[in-house]
Design a protein around this ligand. Structure first.
Ligand code: PLP
Ligand code: COI
Length: 340
């Protein structure tokens, strides 16, 4: 079957595909695991995911290679991060091997919707773990649902690889010892208001500062931050216990060092010293690598490589990462999972 989609025109938007994985948990066990049709399900009004944010999610992509194969990028890392998020919110773990299988089965079942090689689009996959069942006190849910659904997507930021301006926020997305390092809904609910303000003013996204002192860059609303230091060309990205441990970030730290021969550092990025960077960008599954043209911070503005052109190191990092994801460049061992 072929589907009628204008792959080049896709943005980052929901689309209902025929199949999704679902698994149900009760009394210590996962049961009724398999593919289901239909985007809707019924849950109790007492579900902890609705009241108390007892839920966690993931985001990863499937790519179609030049030969037509479908492959996943580092799905084992997403599986492990969901286990970590589940532990933080006292939810049962969906085991890593089961997670990988669930993602593969979901992608296989919706294979017609994996965009063709060369379209620049990919299949975005959203695993989700939620507390459900009857509950009213602030305590863990008696039941859980794990689901994996997916849809074809294009660029997350409307400009794709064209640089965009970003702005710092007076709001925090996470507390110093809160849930910033877990991929849980609560971190995102609080980011909607600052995100809306930033978008209304024409910015690509918000730059969050460290919640304790507001002097250091933490991360972007939907991605991690990196800068390329002037003169040294060092790839620098913030280190903090309250940011999401981004799989793209760890991949780029490796690729920058091992493939591009750059020095790399996870360290403090003081917002007042942003002019130490020649290039800056946002990196993540949805964001891929999105160059930042400038960051507005109060009455200061920090300009990076160009308002319109992609910086040379950003371009090299992008080519290496995306080349690996679409199967054009050999991947480090264990990074690619074929979907048979
Ligand atoms: N930071 C935040 C807040 C995110 O939402 C994301 C997206 O998942 C990332 C960073 C990037 O993480 P990853 O590279 O694992 O997609
Ligand atoms: C991702 O990059 O997968 C994300 O989760 C970012 C955003 C869509 C929440």
């Amino acid at each position: 079957m072929s589907v009628n989609i204008d792959w080049d025109q896709l943005g980052f938007a929901y689309m209902e595909l025929p199949y999704r994985w679902r698994a149900y948990w009760k009394d210590g066990e996962w049961y009724k695991e398999g593919l289901e049709e239909g985007k809707k399900f019924l849950i109790s009004e007492g579900s902890t995911s609705l009241h108390y944010g007892q839920e966690a999610f993931e985001g990863l992509k499937a790519y179609r290679t030049k030969t037509g194969q479908i492959q996943l990028f580092r799905v084992d890392q997403n599986a492990q991060r969901l286990v970590n998020s589940a532990k933080r919110l006292l939810m049962p773990e969906y085991p890593v091997e089961k997670f990988i299988e669930a993602v593969k089965k979901t992608v296989q079942a919706n294979a017609d919707y994996v965009p063709p090689y060369g379209s620049g689009a990919s299949l975005y996959i959203r695993p989700l773990l939620i507390g459900v069942g009857d509950n009213i006190g602030v305590s863990p849910a008696p039941e859980y649902i794990f689901t994996v659904f997916c849809m074809p997507v294009g660029p997350y930021y409307r400009n794709g690889l064209a640089p965009m301006p970003f702005v710092t926020s007076k709001y925090d997305r996470a507390a110093p010892f809160g849930t910033g390092a877990s991929k849980v809904g609560g971190n995102y609910g609080g980011s909607l208001l600052p995100g809306q303000h930033a978008h209304a003013e024409g910015y690509g996204d918000v730059v969050y500062l460290d919640p304790a002192t507001h002097t250091k860059v933490e991360e972007i609303g939907s991605a991690n931050f990196y800068g390329i230091e002037k003169e040294t060309n060092k790839f620098i990205t913030p280190k903090s216990p309250s940011i999401l441990p981004s799989i793209t970030k760890y991949s780029l730290l490796y690729l920058a060092k091992e493939r591009l021969g750059l020095e790399v550092e996870e360290g403090d990025v003081y917002v007042d010293e942003l002019d130490r960077f020649a290039e800056a960008g946002a990196m993540g599954t949805a964001a891929v690598i999105s160059p930042i043209s400038r960051i507005d911070h109060g009455d200061k503005t920090f300009y990076f490589y160009s308002e319109t052109e992609v910086g040379p190191i950003t371009q090299c990092l992008y080519n290496e990462l995306v080349g690996i994801q679409y199967g054009d460049i050999e991947a480090p061992e264990g990074w690619i999972f074929p979907v048979e």
